[in-house]
Design a protein around this ligand. Structure first.
Ligand SMILES: NC(=O)C1=CN([C@@H]2O[C@H](COP(=O)(O)OP(=O)(O)OC[C@H]3O[C@@H](n4cnc5c(N)ncnc54)[C@H](OP(=O)(O)O)[C@@H]3O)[C@@H](O)[C@H]2O)C=CC1
Ligand SMILES: CC(=O)N[C@@H](CCC(=O)OP(=O)(O)O)C(=O)O
Length: 370
């Protein structure tokens, strides 16, 4: 058994972590740290935990939190806020899995450019291991600080990584059109997230300038530069044709536009990728199957396109595609639950890896359907 604490406990990711962890057979929930609700009973804020192991659990303030008593801390805080709290806790003993964007870039300059403020703990950035399990499993196992990936980023990278090494793919052609449920924006009060503003409507936002576009591009380029070579799952028999790539430039560019859709949870990313020469659906399917046939949480659909209703409430990602012979493009569709594979589920998968538990413990639920 390990002792696990959550900081930022009453946010959407915090409550999803509690839901997964209070049933996890290897976990004892130690402290739930909250800025807004310290001193209150958890069940007064989230009555769904009535009658559970957390029935009598009180939320506590950060000043009363003894980090040393935990083996692992999840920080589920807004970016910018998280980095200072992680810096305060790092080195006190527990491993840390940070759900924010603060430690996802090894290059502080890129973080500062996209997040618009200074990183106050650049020394810690070097300690952080990017927490996309399917990409970085061996490094995560020994990490003291894991940077859990962004939700749109997880859906996009799982779809793109197997194809990015495909010598027929044009890495400058990637267009990602992604849709997210409203829980992706968190629980804080914002006028544009009110029911009346979001229900029965859809909108695009931040086209080309959303920070997750930069995270997708950054990780794909890091991958092509060899940062993740210890993990072979994406190195299929095809290899990148580096002769066509400009050395000084990023090898991959993506155009990313997110959309807000009137559902509570789930992300669907539709991704367009040009090919430089003709391929076939069978060749592309083989690449995906090679990448994911050992992966429990990534399911490749051979002859269907995935839908959010089939993964919402679960830690599964589903990927389908169509090879369009006429235009020589691949259209890939990738779905995840933003709160699970996109956040809390992935974080628990990381925890399982670090502590040597089976990767799927606490994560076996199928989708909530209907
Ligand atoms: N929602 C999603 O689908 C995903 C979210 N993430 C990331 O995970 C982190 C948590 O997200 P989410 O739970 O959705 O966000 P919420 O806004 O729902 O929760 C964040 C929580 O952080 C705590 N907090 C502590 N200090 C502050 C502060 N100064 N300002 C605001 N909140 C503070 C609050 O909880 P308390 O008062 O209890 O301390 C708050 O509820 C974020 O970095 C987010 O970007 C990543 C992937 C997906
Ligand atoms: C629908 C919605 O608003 N989604 C959020 C997702 C951001 C998020 O969760 O941010 P990190 O994963 O980088 O921490 C947004 O677009 O800002």
């Amino acid at each position: 058994m390990i002792n696990v604490s959550i900081i930022g406990a009453t946010g959407y990711v915090g409550v999803e972590l509690m839901r997964l962890l209070h049933e996890h057979p290897e976990v004892e929930i130690k402290d739930l740290v909250s800025k807004s609700s310290a001193g209150q009973l958890l069940i007064d804020i989230y009555p769904q935990f009535r009658g559970s192991k957390l029935n009598d659990q009180k939320l506590i303030a950060l000043k009363d939190f003894k980090a040393e008593a935990s083996d692992l801390i999840f920080t589920a805080l807004p970016h910018g806020v998280s980095q200072d709290i992680v810096a305060e806790l790092y080195g006190k003993g527990p491993k840390i899995i940070d759900l924010s964007g603060d430690f996802r870039y090894q290059d502080v300059d890129i973080y500062e450019e996209w997040y618009g403020f200074e990183h106050r703990h650049p020394e810690l950035v070097k300690e952080a291991v990017y927490g996309l399990v399917e990409l970085n499993r061996s490094k995560i196992k020994n990490a003291n600080l894991v940077a859990n990936p962004g939700c749109y980023v997880t859906a996009s990278l799982l779809a793109l990584l197997p194809l990015i090494n495909f010598k027929k793919a044009d890495p400058y052609s990637i267009i990602i059109d992604a849709k997210s449920g409203v829980s992706g924006a968190g629980r804080s009060l914002k006028e544009n997230l009110l029911f009346t503003e979001t229900h029965n409507s859809m909108k695009a936002y931040s086209p080309g300038v959303h920070r997750h576009g930069s995270e997708i591009e950054y990780i794909l380029n890091q991958y092509l530069k060899g940062s993740y070579t210890e993990n072979k799952i994406y190195d299929s028999k095809v290899t990148v044709d580096s002769s066509n790539l400009e050395k000084e430039k990023n090898r991959v560019e993506v155009l990313f536009t997110p959309h807000l859709v009137p559902i509570k949870r789930g992300i669907l990313a539709t991704i367009y990728l040009d090919l430089k020469e003709a391929s076939s659906a069978a060749e592309i399917l083989e690449i995906y199957q090679q990448a994911y046939n050992q992966e429990e949480f990534v399911q490749v659909l051979a002859d269907k396109l995935p839908e959010i209703k089939n993964i919402a409430g679960s830690n599964f990602a589903q990927i389908g595609f169509k090879y369009d012979q006429r235009t020589n493009k691949i259209i890939i569709v990738s779905v995840i639950d933003n709160m699970l594979k996109g956040a809390a589920g992935q974080a628990v998968q990381n925890m399982n890896l670090i502590f040597g538990f089976a990767e799927n413990i606490g994560l076996k639920s199928t989708a909530l359907f209907p």
